[in-house]
Design a protein around this ligand. Structure first.
Ligand SMILES: Cc1cc2nc3c(=O)[nH]c(=O)nc-3n(C[C@H](O)[C@H](O)[C@H](O)COP(=O)(O)OP(=O)(O)OC[C@H]3O[C@@H](n4cnc5c(N)ncnc54)[C@H](O)[C@@H]3O)c2cc1C
Length: 331
């Protein structure tokens, strides 16, 4: 048993000031990821500052249909919110596809954004892992890596980003509101996650002590969207491949597209190449194949996860087709 100090934050400002000045100190939200890591020895804490009592839990309307999600809102609360279900259905679908009802009742928006990879070597403190122990090597290269990433990988790390929610947020152009000692800043989710490169232990642009206080969703430009998750079993399982897709279609032509992939990237993967090819194309199976093929051209699979290239391609084509069906079918 390793001792640590436990405290409850009474204000956001005080919490940020307190944590910024302490090493080995963490915000504790739902605890569903952090407490596992403390027990496994993946993280070491001298102080846990519980932020559950802070007011950052509301869901607030923004102008023209945008929505602000307080970082302490529970995953279950967000998925059940009527505005989320009607304006951002892919977000509700993504959240509900993850974990279990009990976990979603504990897990928060901020904690979900900062959950760490499920790579078994990252979670095994006896294995070499560049993410957990910089410079120690990557046991996944020779070991089991069927679930590992094929996009955004590096020689040092190809651990998959595990979240479903964050994939939908990537497609929705979400912006994070971050509070630090010098004030508040806003950061697009796409700039928040860092590719592993040769510093895989640096996963996000968050500085020590900074707190995510909210996630802002711009007004939706689309009416039809989907989150499609493919996994080994129907529930309580992480994605092998997933696609978050929103399309705006007029008279068969795609006017706007937002696409992100999950289960295959080292970060929630915004599929910019697919989007580029989709916009201006007619919504046809051929156009969807071309877009998916182009996005996956950048994939770098390893020995046991070659299948993910084809799986991700098919998942994306199916997601695009299902959204096209909602628009009235193919041209
Ligand atoms: C068995 C199991 C199955 C799961 N399956 C899925 C799945 O299929 N799909 C999926 O997407 N997820 C899945 N998850 C992950 C789950 O969604 C995360 O554990 C959860 O979202 C983390 O949220 P939390 O509030 O509990 O975070 P915590 O564990 O409290 O915190 C996680 C990290 O975030 C930091 N943190 C928390 N809030 C803030 C904040 N506001 N600002 C700054 N730092 C903060 C903490 O310090 C910590 O480092 C699963 C988890 C388990 C245990």
């Amino acid at each position: 048993m390793k001792n640590f100090l436990y405290g409850r934050a009474s204000s956001t400002r005080a919490a940020v000031d307190f944590l910024s000045n302490r090493k080995n100190a963490f915000f504790l939200a739902g605890g569903t990821n952090l407490l596992d890591h403390l027990k496994l020895g993946v993280e070491y804490a001298e102080v846990l500052l519980d932020i559950e009592d802070l007011p950052e839990r509301e869901l607030t309307d923004l102008e023209e249909g945008g929505l602000r999600l307080g970082a302490l809102a529970l995953n279950s609360e967000v998925a059940a919110d009527a505005r989320v279900k009607s304006n951002f259905p892919m977000l509700a679908e993504a959240i509900l596809s993850g974990a279990s009802p009990q976990l979603r009742n504990m897990a928060t928006i901020g904690g979900n954004l900062l959950q760490r990879t499920r790579c078994s070597f990252f979670r095994d403190i006896h294995a070499p892992c560049n993410k957990r122990n910089p410079g120690s090597g990557c046991a996944a290269l020779e070991g089991a890596h069927r679930n590992h990433a094929i996009l955004g990988t590096s020689e040092d790390c190809f651990a998959t980003h595990p979240s479903d929610m964050d994939v939908a947020l990537a497609a929705l152009d979400a912006v994070l509101v971050i509070r630090g000692v010098t004030g508040e800043r806003r950061l697009p989710l796409e700039s928040f996650y860092l590719l592993p490169g040769d510093t895989p232990w640096r996963e996000t642009a968050l500085a020590h002590g900074e707190m995510i206080t909210a996630v802002e969703l711009p007004p939706p430009f689309f009416v039809h969207s989907i989150y499609l998750k493919v996994r080994e079993r129907a529930s309580f399982e992480f994605a092998l491949a997933a696609a978050a897709v929103a399309l705006e279609v007029r008279e068969g032509m795609i006017l706007a597209a937002r696409v992100a992939l999950g289960g295959v990237g080292t970060v929630p993967w915004r599929a910019r190449e697919a989007e580029r090819l989709l916009v201006g194309a007619f919504a046809t199976p051929e156009a969807f194949e071309v877009a998916a093929e182009a996005e996956l051209a950048a994939a770098l699979p390893h020995r046991d996860n070659f299948f993910k290239v084809e799986l991700a391609r098919r998942t994306l084509v199916r997601a695009l087709s299902e959204v096209a069906e909602k628009w009235g079918g193919f041209e």
